[in-house]
Design a protein around this ligand. Structure first.
Ligand SMILES: *[C@@H]1O[C@H](CO)[C@@H](O)[C@H](O)[C@H]1NC(C)=O
Ligand SMILES: *[C@@H]1O[C@H](CO)[C@@H](O)[C@H](O)[C@H]1NC(C)=O
Ligand SMILES: *[C@@H]1O[C@H](CO)[C@@H](O)[C@H](O)[C@H]1NC(C)=O
Ligand SMILES: *[C@@H]1O[C@H](CO)[C@@H](O)[C@H](O)[C@H]1NC(C)=O
Ligand SMILES: *[C@@H]1O[C@H](CO)[C@@H](O)[C@H](O)[C@H]1NC(C)=O
Ligand SMILES: *[C@@H]1O[C@H](CO)[C@@H](O)[C@H](O)[C@H]1NC(C)=O
Ligand SMILES: *[C@@H]1O[C@H](CO)[C@@H](O)[C@H](O)[C@H]1NC(C)=O
Length: 646
């Protein structure tokens, strides 16, 4: 390994096919630009810049700001998973995702999430309110904007080349009072991110005698790093990757957990464990410099360093060997093709997760272009093949009640079924089954119906016409515990009018439609009312129906349904009531034969601080259509949604 003054020379010589006499044992690493042979991503909680603070604790919400950048076009949409602390979506959370028009999936089990983003949201897996993108022209202004709008920042993270982000909600009183970004910030408390590695290098030896290629991963860990174990997943397009070798270098007392999808020759420093190995295997000592590692690869008869990646210490690494590297390698096409075509649909569907459930329905919407990797999908059905997806030029769509199409509800919070894809290749029909679990959100569902048959929900309220309301929720633990506490209606800027409170109608002309029913852990309440507008009242076009259900303890589930008011200006000659305050609503009906004591209501209203409806719109004008219901203590609230999803 002599001095290398002309780094391009060996490469040129290699291209010319002539040996480089002076340097038979080495080659010069160059950045791999076109067609990298692998993709490599790793999980880290250290972000290039970031901070946390306790400044959001006095406000109505916690606020997490993500600013993402890519060094190249991101090959895949950014996937953001928002997880609540201790599994309970209690406090209202705001996610600001700024990424300059990237595309993203945002997933969360919490529906009380407000998302401000300029990303193209690919699939709306989260029922969240979206008050529009952050109003900033420059990335640098993002933090100031969020501070202005929300009066506090819980966490701020800049992300470079993220592929997936797992954001953990939660606030910490011990955080500093102000969020001042720091370089190389340890964001362990709030996030984990899988970032794509772009610093890959490679070279090939000039006197190439073999075609064996090496992939080298060097894990650079500082002495202070607490990480002592890394899980490495190697993904391969097919079982055989040809003559390739994987060299993994780390500190000597490091443990590698290896999950290899294909057989590849290994050289590991430290210890390593494979899924089926009974015990820890001892690796061998490997040098820790670039040149010595390359020499090691050559010693093992490799003549190409297909990829050399030096990455920071990480707990998870995902490496994928790409197809084009192995095209020359002859592969037995038939069996591999079958394996692939069984696996690929599963992988694609598990990534897309195109299913969405409510307490009553399952809905599947698949954008056809997302199925491109699986060729020739002709039709899609559920386990019961009579439930076939409708299709148009761009989508497959299927909607069914949870009680149909072979859906089983064994799991507490899941509906299970299978998607059966019919694939037609060369006039041969084949089917692939992909089982899935569809999460049924633990939330109250509100639906508005024009008729008493409670079919075909709508989100339109007609003046002077009866409407039928259904509130429902699955609560497997103790359905009897769950009571509907209050329903109210409000229009922009006005105090809400209570329709139902503590099992009693809160207005004239109330009729209970039926006692609350409870089947298979799902509880249903129904009532009806008529909406009238008093004379001289200003017209309005939208209103908001909000209901709360609660448990014996003070846990409250709150849901809001935004409705459009049809014929919103038809005054009725209506006198004699205190109408100005009441918006002129009369109620034709009301619910609940169940016992809900005033005492419980007393406990509820006295354990939960009452704060006023605080629309984000006071600071962000674009958010008029989405309310931000407060959520304090154990209240689980759902911002207004316009889709009834029934
Ligand atoms: C935030 O932290 C500061 C200093 O550590 C502390 O004085 C303040 O009380 C904290 N604020 C809250 C809301 O806990
Ligand atoms: C980051 O902080 C966590 C605690 O918040 C700590 O356990 C971890 O060791 C830190 N990571 C690094 C790389 O310093
Ligand atoms: C690992 O080895 C380094 C030196 O190589 C040493 O400083 C460190 O304490 C060791 N860590 C553990 C967990 O044994
Ligand atoms: C490398 O190749 C030579 C000659 O082809 C062979 O003798 C030697 O055993 C090989 N070494 C390894 C580590 O495969
Ligand atoms: C799928 O479509 C093909 C062709 O349109 C049809 O013959 C077949 O019956 C369909 N499969 C199911 C399960 O409906
Ligand atoms: C297909 O149906 C979906 C869902 O109803 C709709 O959004 C889409 O515009 C339709 N595409 C075409 C080409 O009609
Ligand atoms: C109320 O009870 C439910 C289940 O019965 C439980 O999951 C929840 O944590 C309880 N909440 C509080 C604040 O105790």
């Amino acid at each position: 390994m002599g001095p290398r003054s002309v780094p391009l020379l060996p490469l040129l010589l290699a291209l010319l096919g002539r040996p480089d006499p002076g340097r038979a044992e080495s080659c010069d690493l160059q950045p791999v630009t076109a067609k990298p042979p692998v993709t490599l991503s790793y999980v880290t909680s250290t972000v290039p810049r970031g901070c946390v603070s306790n400044s959001s604790m006095g406000t109505g919400h916690e606020v997490h700001v993500l600013s993402a950048k890519w060094s190249k076009d991101s090959p895949v949409p950014l996937e953001v998973t928002v997880t609540p602390r201790a599994g309970v979506c209690s406090r209202l959370a705001v996610l600001v995702l700024f990424c300059t028009d990237c595309s993203a999936y945002i997933k969360s089990q919490c529906s009380n999430l407000i998302i401000h983003t300029d990303a193209h949201l690919i699939m709306d897996t989260v029922r969240a309110s979206d008050p529009g993108p952050p109003m900033v022209s420059k990335r640098e202004k993002l933090l100031d904007w969020a501070q202005d709008v929300y009066q506090g920042i819980t966490s701020y993270s800049e992300l470079q080349d993220p592929h997936k982000v797992r954001l953990h909600l939660g606030e910490d009183a011990h955080s500093p009072p102000v969020c001042i970004p720091q370089e190389h910030f340890n964001a362990t408390l709030h996030l984990e991110t899988e970032v794509l590695f772009h610093g890959m290098k490679g070279c090939s030896r000039s006197d190439a005698q073999s075609t064996r290629a090496a992939h080298i991963i060097q894990l650079q860990s500082e002495l202070s790093s607490p990480i002592t174990e890394v899980e490495l997943k190697l993904k391969c397009p097919s079982n055989s990757v040809g003559d390739q070798m994987l060299i993994l270098q780390s500190k000597a007392n490091f443990t590698w957990r290896l999950f290899l999808e294909c057989s590849i020759q290994l050289l590991v420093s430290g210890n390593y464990i494979m899924p089926f190995s009974p015990e820890m295997l001892r690796g061998e000592h490997l040098p820790d410099t670039e040149q010595d590692l390359i020499a090691k690869a050559f010693e093992k008869n490799c003549s190409v360093i297909a990829s050399y990646s030096a990455i920071p210490a990480s707990t998870h690494i995902i490496m994928k060997i790409l197809e084009h590297e192995t095209v020359e390698t002859p592969v037995a096409t038939t069996p591999l093709d079958t394996i692939q075509s069984q696996d690929l649909p599963r992988q694609v569907l598990q990534t897309l997760k195109p299913w969405k459930c409510t307490d009553e329905t399952m809905e599947i919407v698949i954008i056809r272009s997302h199925l491109e990797p699986i060729k020739d999908v002709v039709n899609i059905t559920l386990r019961d093949i009579s439930c076939q997806a409708e299709k148009n030029a761009t989508h497959f769509m299927l909607k069914s009640p949870l009680s149909h199409c072979g859906t089983s509800l064994e799991g507490r919070d899941y509906a299970n079924n299978e998607l059966i894809l019919s694939l037609a290749k060369d006039a041969v029909l084949r089917s692939v089954r992909v089982g899935f679990q569809c999460e049924i959100p633990r939330e109250l569902f509100l639906r508005l119906f024009p008729t008493a048959d409670f079919k075909a929900p709508q989100t339109e309220l007609e003046i002077n016409k009866e409407v039928f309301v259904q509130a429902s929720m699955r609560w497997m633990d103790h359905p009897a515990d769950l009571q509907l506490k209050e329903c109210s209606l409000s229009a922009a800027g006005r105090e809400p009018v209570v329709l139902v409170r503590g099992g009693e109608a809160h207005g004239a002309g109330v009729a209970v439609l039926e006692s609350p029913t409870s089947t298979h852990g799902r509880k249903v309440w129904r009532f009806r009312f008529t909406y009238t507008i008093p004379e001289g009242h200003k017209p309005f076009t939208t209103a908001r129906l909000t209901c709360k259900a609660g448990l014996q303890n003070d846990t409250i589930f709150e849901k809001c349904l935004e409705v459009t008011v049809k014929d919103g200006w038809r005054p009725l000659n209506y006198r004699g009531l205190g109408l100005a305050a009441v918006l002129g609503i009369t109620f034709g009906a009301f619910l609940i034969g169940a016992l809900l004591t005033a005492g419980l209501w007393y406990i509820y209203s006295h354990t939960r601080p009452i704060s006023k409806l605080q629309p984000v719109s006071s600071t962000a004008p674009a958010s008029e259509s989405s309310s931000t219901n407060h959520s304090i203590g154990s209240t689980q609230s759902t911002p207004c949604s316009t889709s009834s999803m029934a």
